[in-house]
Unconditional design. Structure first.
Length: 635
């Protein structure tokens, strides 16, 4: 035994040496990581927020994803006279981040609720601007007093989607630098900098602005900028003050944060870092008389999230500070394409009011409390084999805080088997007005899908409901326009149908509803991508004798039932047993299809489907069509 152990000692010695080397390398790695963590510049992130409950959670979630030593970060949240729950969101995030960050503080101001001369929350009177400048100066003073190396001024709706943003900016060591942020809108020239400022104190785009914003070759790197905003990194312990304006500030210039930044930081030579696109922010909506400013602001941010889902491979983080381990990145999980799990049996995609079955203990369980006074239920019609469409639209509605219910659409492929048992026939003589083709299986299936929703409205006795097809694209003004138009429609004696998205086909102005600002009487139109249907409208449409032997496309059926169709299939030909459909339309329209014909990725499940009738029947129909019984309309 002794001889055997003696023969093995070289191998044992090698194992001991390898273990010692491994321990030494691990110790050096941990020492290096600790050294880099302590040597990284310290940054205080200051986030002022006023009525930003809809965006603050997303902005802080992106901040939490930053690959930067957490113990070198501080967070200063300042809620500025908010009335929408922003303070509760900020307090929840402070509790969640306090164990990780070196410094976390919440400054809450609730009184007064508005400023002198302020008309709405999109209006910036001088008193409000001075208060914001004062908050930023307090943040700069706090960062200097607490010994932070940098101060990051971050807006409450700015999304730093690039996880290395803080590392990249801090490594530059510049006194004033900003990462390039865009608005997410295709072909938009907006960014978080201005390259020039005029003698009147108003910022403007300089000669090289478009090249820097588009990151053209030769214009990528640290580029000079006159004004930085939305996300700015400032070095502390500099002889600068953001408020009050310095004595030499031109008296003719406005009291505004952008020209004041230019005047204060002009000696610091500000730079915009466009080596990559570091994040996004929503464009500031313009105040529109008669529309809710809060809904316009929420809609702009919701539209940004929709655009980012279309462009980014990874979604924006969930806004909740304590994500459940099984929580989907979106408040509502995308439905599985299997037909047995689609649609969901509950009116809300979750059987509980929360994304997970246990209510959250904090006072705002849903990150997007619904802002509407009387929200109508929303039905989304979608094919089970097109789950990506439903995912996109349901995420947009979730961002808006609007409850919805998916409705499984009738697939035209199933009609091939169904029509053997019960033949389906189009309205005699019908031809597509633009192409002259007969009704397709896809158009028949689309009509059946909409009838499913109409029957549900009648069965549940819903006063009104919004019907959306899964390719609907909601504009930034959707929430505000829908609320204002529904309020005007409810003031009318009676209405059945309210178009939210359509394609007008006849030239000529449409008459506006008397006493209304957002409602018109629609002429002959196509598309049923989005509309509101009342209970009386559902009953009238279901009284039409349109199945199974008088089928029409649903976007031809609605104008015919409303009495505005120029073709022979008038309301009498359709078989309207009740009164005509009282149709209205929002103008301007807040909904359109996500993709139009000819656009990349466009697929039509109605027009590209095979025809409904057999070739023998089509010969007879062609003779009828050529006899001018159904003349082709002029467009």
């Amino acid at each position: 035994i002794f001889l055997q152990l003696l023969s093995l000692w070289p191998h044992l010695l090698l194992c001991c040496i390898a273990a010692a080397v491994g321990l030494a390398s691990a110790s050096l790695a941990s020492l290096s990581a600790s050294s880099s963590s302590t040597s990284a510049p310290s940054i205080l992130v200051a986030v002022p927020a006023r009525n930003k409950a809809h965006s603050l959670g997303r902005a802080l979630a992106c901040l939490r994803r930053q690959r930067y030593p957490k113990r070198r970060l501080g967070l200063l949240l300042m809620t500025d006279h908010s009335s929408d729950g922003s303070a509760a969101v900020a307090a929840d995030w402070c509790r969640a981040l306090r164990p990780w960050y070196a410094f976390v503080q919440l400054v809450e101001e609730t009184e007064p609720s508005s400023y002198p001369g302020e008309t709405d929350q999109l209006h910036w009177p001088e008193a409000r601007m001075r208060h914001l400048l004062g908050l930023r100066q307090r943040a700069l003073t706090a960062a200097t007093r607490l010994g932070f190396d940098f101060l990051l001024l971050l807006d409450a709706d700015a999304l730093l989607t690039e996880p290395t943003t803080l590392s990249a900016l801090a490594a530059l060591g510049r006194p004033a630098v900003a990462p390039l942020l865009l608005t997410g809108r295709p072909n938009s020239l907006a960014a978080n900098f201005w390259s020039a400022i005029g003698p009147d104190g108003f910022y403007r785009r300089g000669r090289d602005y478009a090249r820097v914003q588009a990151r053209q070759p030769g214009w990528v790197g640290l580029q000079p900028a006159a004004v930085l905003h939305t996300c700015v990194l400032l070095r502390t312990r500099l002889d600068v003050a953001l408020h009050p304006p310095p004595a030499d500030y031109p008296a003719s210039w406005p009291i505004d944060d952008l020209p004041l930044f230019y005047w204060v930081a002009r000696r610091l030579r500000p730079r915009i870092d466009n080596r990559r696109v570091y994040g996004f922010y929503p464009p500031s909506p313009e105040s529109i008389d008669g529309l809710s400013a809060a809904l316009l602001e929420r809609g702009a941010f919701r539209r940004l999230l929709t655009d980012l889902r279309d462009q980014l491979a990874t979604p924006v983080p969930h806004p909740h500070p304590h994500p459940h381990p099984h929580l989907h990145p979106h408040p509502h999980p995308y439905p599985h394409p299997h037909p047995r799990s689609y649609p969901h049996p509950h009116p809300h995609p979750h059987p509980h009011p929360h994304p997970h079955p246990h209510p959250h203990p904090h006072p705002h369980p849903h990150p997007h409390p619904h802002p509407h006074r009387d929200p109508p239920p929303v039905f989304i019609i979608g094919l089970a084999r097109r789950p990506e469409r439903l995912a996109r639209l349901s995420a947009a509605l979730s961002d808006a805080g609007w409850p919805y219910q998916p409705v499984r659409a009738v697939d035209w492929r199933s009609l091939r088997r169904r029509r053997r048992r019960r033949p389906l026939r189009q309205l005699p003589g019908y031809r597509d007005p633009a192409t002259g083709r007969p009704l397709t299986l896809g158009e028949a299936a689309c009509l059946m899908s909409h009838r499913t929703v109409w029957r549900r409205i009648r069965r549940l006795r819903l006063a009104r409901a919004i019907v959306l097809e899964d390719d609907a694209d909601l504009s930034a003004e959707f929430e505000a326009l829908a609320e204002a138009a529904l309020a005007e429609a409810d003031a009318l004696p009676a209405w059945d149908l309210l178009y939210l998205g359509r394609k007008p086909l006849l030239a000529g102005a449409e008459t506006r509803v008397p006493g209304s600002r957002w409602l018109v009487r629609p002429n002959y139109s196509h598309w049923t991508v989005a509309y509101v249907l009342s209970l009386s409208g559902a009953r009238k449409l279901l009284s039409l004798r349109s199945l199974p032997d008088r089928l029409l496309p649903v976007d031809e059926l609605l104008p015919a039932a409303s009495g505005v169709s120029p073709h022979f299939w008038s309301s009498d030909a359709v078989g309207l047993y009740a009164d005509r459909l009282a149709a209205l339309s929002i103008w301007p329209l807040p909904v359109e299809p996500h993709r139009y014909t000819g656009m990349p990725g466009h697929r039509s499940d109605t027009e590209d489907a095979p025809p409904l009738w057999s070739p023998e029947r089509l010969v007879f129909e062609r003779l009828v069509f050529e006899s001018n019984w159904c003349p082709r309309p002029e467009f």
